[in-house]
Design a protein around this ligand. Sequence first.
Ligand SMILES: Nc1ncnc2c1ncn2[C@@H]1O[C@H](COP(=O)(O)O)[C@@H](OP(=O)(O)O)[C@H]1O
Ligand SMILES: [Mg+2]
Ligand SMILES: [Mg+2]
Ligand SMILES: [Mg+2]
Length: 306
Amino acid sequence: MAQTHPLILRLIASSIPVANHAGKIIRDIMKKGELNIVDKGIEDFQTEADRQAQLCIVKSLSQQFPGISIIGEEGDDHDADSSSEITTVTEDSVLSKQCPPELVDVTEEQITVWVDPLDGTSEYTQGLLEHVTVLIGIAVDEKAVAGIIHQPYYGYKEKGTIGRTIWGLVGLGAFGHNPGQLPTDRRILTTTRSHSSPLVQEAIKSLNPDEVLRVGGAGNKVLLLLDSKAHAYVFASKGCKRWDTCAPEAILNAAGGWLTDVHGNLYSYNKDTPHLNTGGVLATAKKEEHSIYLNLLPDSVKSQLK
Ligand SMILES: Nc1ncnc2c1ncn2[C@@H]1O[C@H](COP(=O)(O)O)[C@@H](OP(=O)(O)O)[C@H]1O
Ligand SMILES: [Mg+2]
Ligand SMILES: [Mg+2]
Ligand SMILES: [Mg+2]
C-alpha cells in the first residue's frame, strides 16, 4: 500500500479486512461451541470470541501502524502468544476516495483507535447472533472521525451471503448501509435489551414513542438508525464505554446523524480520556432532529447522568 495515500484512508483500508477477519473468528468460535465465558461484573461477560477477536485486531493494526494508540475493551493482558492470525490485507476501494482536506496531514501520534471486538456479548451468548458487531473507531485528537462496523451474522438466516461491513469518514460519507425513508407520523426508538434500569425506562417513556426496539449492542442500535429503522437511540445509563460509541458516532455523523450524551455534549476520544460514557447516549438518524429529543428528556433523567 503506497505511503502516498493519506494515513486516515490507509488506516480505514486496513481496518475493514481486520474487522471482517475478527467476524470470522467470532463465527468460528461459536461453531466450535467453546465460548469459555468469564464474568467481568454484573451482566458483563467476556467470551473466547471477545478475546481472540481483540487480539487479531490489535496485533494486525499495531504491526502496520506502530505509532497509533489502540484501546480495546478486553484490555491487553491476555494470551499474547495466541494463535490469532494477523491480517495485513487492504480494502483498496477506500484508497481511491478523496480524503477530506482537514484530515490529509494527520499523523500516527494524533490517532487513537477504540476497539470493541464483539459488541453485544450478552446476545452472542444467548444465540441472538444478528445483534453482534465488531467495532473499530478512529479518533483524531479528541474527535471520532472514522469507523467500521462489521456485522458478522448479517443475513445468516437466509442462504448465501453472510456478514456486512459499514464504514464512514466524517466529511466524506458512509458506505455499506441501507438507508430508506423513516415514517414521519410515528416515533420509533431503540434502546438496550439486556442492561435496562428504571432510569433507562423513564427516559424512554418521556419521549413518548410509538414503538421501542430493544436490541443488543451499541453498534447494532446505530445500524438501526443508519438503515432508517429507528429515529433515535436513547440509553440513559452510565454503562456504555468509549469503544461502544466511537465507531458508531463517526459513521452516524458521516451519514448525517448525531450522537452525544444526554446533555447534548460530544464525547472526547483521545487516549487519556476516561472510558465510561457517564453521560449516557442520545443518537438520532438525522442531526436536525437531535434537539427535539434533547429538549424532551426531563431534568430528572439528565441530572443523574453527569
Ligand atoms: N450496565 C452495564 N454494565 C456493563 N456494560 C454495559 C452496561 N450497559 C451497557 N453496557 C455495554 O454497552 C454495550 C451496549 O449495551 P446494550 O446492548 O445493553 O445496549 C455492551 O457492550 P459489549 O457487549 O461489547 O460488552 C454492554 O456491555
Ligand atoms: Mg463487554
Ligand atoms: Mg460493546
Ligand atoms: Mg464488547
